[in-house]
Design a protein around this ligand. Structure first.
Ligand SMILES: *Cc1c(COP(=O)(O)O)cnc(C)c1O
Length: 219
């Protein structure tokens, strides 16, 4: 099937309340343009340099989401155009995003990445770190960022029950902290679900899925 067909097929399965991020990392601009012509306007990349190169070449009505781990020293390259940063997992990184956003007189939307998987390797805050971050006095001074939600990745496994448990855990945290409404933190977006587990993620309350290989093919 073509990229356009894959895209329409997935879209037909998503409830209206769920936003689709087309994860286009490693794929050439021609492939992204095929998705663009089929109506897709939100793309996710995991490397700042690759995202910047694609942003330069592609139409300017695209929303670019950074879904990968972000290094503080590279933040400056994406501040001019990035729409949403999914993988924020430290106060230090928030501070750097805030500093550069201020310089550009912008407010940058961020999701806090939560560690829900069993695997040690995945990035993200645990429950205690999330609580501490949101309660810290320093966080409250960050006027140029907006924490608009949470993001997480389930364990890479065939065990559907485990995936479900992990997504449910993230949803519980999301519901808890959604009640906290401050100047720079109001959770609305729950980014969870990829090609292999997005149906489960949606059942568990996802509002944003990040889908790559089911649209663009294997990497
Ligand atoms: C690559 C990636 C995806 C998409 O993965 P697929 O399995 O290709 O759908 C989603 N989220 C993150 C954070 C990724 O790095």
């Amino acid at each position: 099937m073509s990229i356009a067909q894959n895209l329409l097929n997935i879209k037909s399965q998503l409830p209206e309340s769920v936003t689709l991020v087309a994860v286009s990392k490693t794929k050439p601009v021609a492939d992204l343009m095929e998705a663009y012509h089929a109506g897709q306007r939100i793309f996710g990349e995991n490397k700042i340099q690759e995202m910047t190169e694609k942003w330069e070449q592609m139409p300017k009505d695209i929303q670019w989401h950074m879904i990968g781990h972000v290094q503080s020293n590279k933040v400056k390259y994406m501040i001019p155009y990035v729409k949403l940063i999914h993988g924020v997992d430290s106060l230090k990184l928030l501070k750097e995003i805030n500093r550069l956003a201020l310089k550009w007189r912008k407010k940058i939307d961020c999701l806090l990445q939560i560690h829900i998987a069993e695997e040690e390797t995945k990035f993200g805050l645990d429950e205690k770190e999330l609580k501490e971050l949101l309660a810290s006095e320093e966080f409250k001074t960050f006027d140029n960022i907006r924490v608009v939600g949470l993001m997480g990745m389930a364990t890479f496994t065939d065990n559907q029950n485990q995936i479900k448990r992990e997504f449910q855990h993230l949803k519980t945290l999301f519901d808890t902290y959604s009640q906290l409404k401050t100047e720079n933190c109001q959770l609305k977006t729950l980014s969870m679900g990829m090609s292999g587990d997005y149906q489960t993620a949606i059942e568990c309350g996802s509002t944003m899925v990040r889908i790559g290989s089911s649209i663009f093919g294997t990497r």
